[in-house]
Design a protein around this ligand. Structure first.
Ligand code: DC
Length: 225
């Protein structure tokens, strides 16, 4: 039995999960793992190699050729795909438009969950995603389920993306978020659902500092009842 602490943060797309997860990891000196970045890096590989998502054996073979690593620099999610830094490219629209379909593939999920569980076996970690509190770490000490008004989420993500891509419109971003919410919540294999013991955090009107304080208070309550 190991005594490491796992904080699981799940929720809808563009809800600020990674902002909160990074802030918690920095404050607590935990390791931050962005599980969405793993699905995005797999998607980038599949797009580059033109893998047919319906071809089970091609998917299985591709997964064997994918090596993902996080560079734990400054509590950010710098991820490498076969030793190439892909952190920026995995945030661009081609990957965002295809990632939900890739993340719905059973073989992909099994491999990612296996890798995520290995990362959290003996270390204090904060991991964010969609199925962390339900499937990856059902015994996590603290589970937070994040949500926010979809319009507010689209505006926040639009500001981030428009700085890098002036062509992008708020409508594109809103549609992408709505589409991903739909796919993430209706897929067969571990859909996005709140774990029964997860605490809901609606951050529509909360600043990042208020969210951090909320999570730290909950963790203190749990560890020192
Ligand atoms: O958190 P994100 O937007 O970077 O995640 C990208 C996609 O990956 C998202 O549409 C759903 C999927 N995902 C998942 O299915 N399970 C996770 N644990 C994390 C992400």
């Amino acid at each position: 039995m190991s005594n490491n602490i796992v904080i699981a943060i799940d929720g809808y797309s563009s809800c600020g999960k990674s902002t909160l997860a990074k802030a918690l990891a920095r404050q607590l000196h935990f390791i931050y793992i962005d599980s969405g970045a793993m699905y995005r890096a797999v998607t980038l590989y599949f797009l580059r190699e033109k893998i047919n998502l319906h071809d089970r054996s091609a998917v299985g073979q591709a997964l064997k050729n994918i090596h993902l690593n996080f560079n734990a620099r400054d509590y950010q999610s710098h991820i490498t795909l076969n030793e190439e830094e892909v952190s920026d490219e995995i945030r661009q629209m081609p990957v965002s438009d295809n990632v939900s379909a890739v993340a719905a593939i059973k073989e992909v999920r099994h491999e990612m969950v296996r890798q995520q569980q290995r990362m959290g076996r003996s270390k204090n970690i904060v991991m964010d995603g969609r199925d962390i509190g339900t499937t990856v770490f059902p015994d996590a000490q603290l589970k937070i389920f994040m949500t926010a008004d979809p319009n507010v989420r689209a505006e926040r993500r639009y500001k981030e993306l428009a700085a890098k891509d002036p062509q992008i419109t708020l409508e594109d971003v809103f549609e992408n978020i709505a589409h991903r919410d739909y796919q993430d919540t209706t897929r067969e294999e571990s859909p996005l659902v709140r774990a029964k013991d997860a605490i809901i955090l609606d951050n529509t009107n909360l600043s990042p500092d208020e969210q951090l304080q909320f999570a730290l208070d909950k963790l203190n309550d749990l560890l020192e009842p």
